[in-house]
Design a protein. Structure first.
Length: 118
């Protein structure tokens, strides 16, 4: 299983970035996809996840209304649109995959770094 995240970068506060994560080696349309992040010196935290068909999405409270997770099962890709970015969104962002029958994510990408300057 491979998950390849990209799209990170440096942006000013109030700006936007679009992350994408391409998956291979797993039945993509049968997996929940999630985004997590880890800021320097902090533990990794959940950001958002999307169900197999894309019909259900979940977000951590601090990003709700600013971030949007979506997926394209034909392209085996999950996206994270991040708007109105804040300095506290600075982190390495990881995509991950899991089956709906479990609550833990066994498959992880390598991460893409997002830096938001004030």
């Amino acid at each position: 299983v491979q998950l390849q995240a990209c799209g990170g970068g440096l942006v000013q506060a109030g700006g936007y970035l679009s992350l994408s994560c391409a998956a291979s080696g797993l039945p993509f349309s049968s997996n929940f996809l999630g985004w997590f992040r880890q800021a320097p010196g902090k533990e990794r935290e959940f950001v958002a996840e999307i169900s197999e068909s894309g019909g259900r999405t979940y977000y951590r409270g601090s990003v709700k209304g600013r971030f949007t997770i979506s997926r394209d099962n034909a392209k085996n890709t999950v996206y994270l649109q991040m708007n109105s970015l804040k300095p506290e969104d600075t982190a390495v962002y990881y995509c991950a995959a899991r089956k709906s029958t479990t609550t833990t994510y066994p498959y992880w990408g390598q991460g893409t770094e997002v830096t938001v300057s004030s």
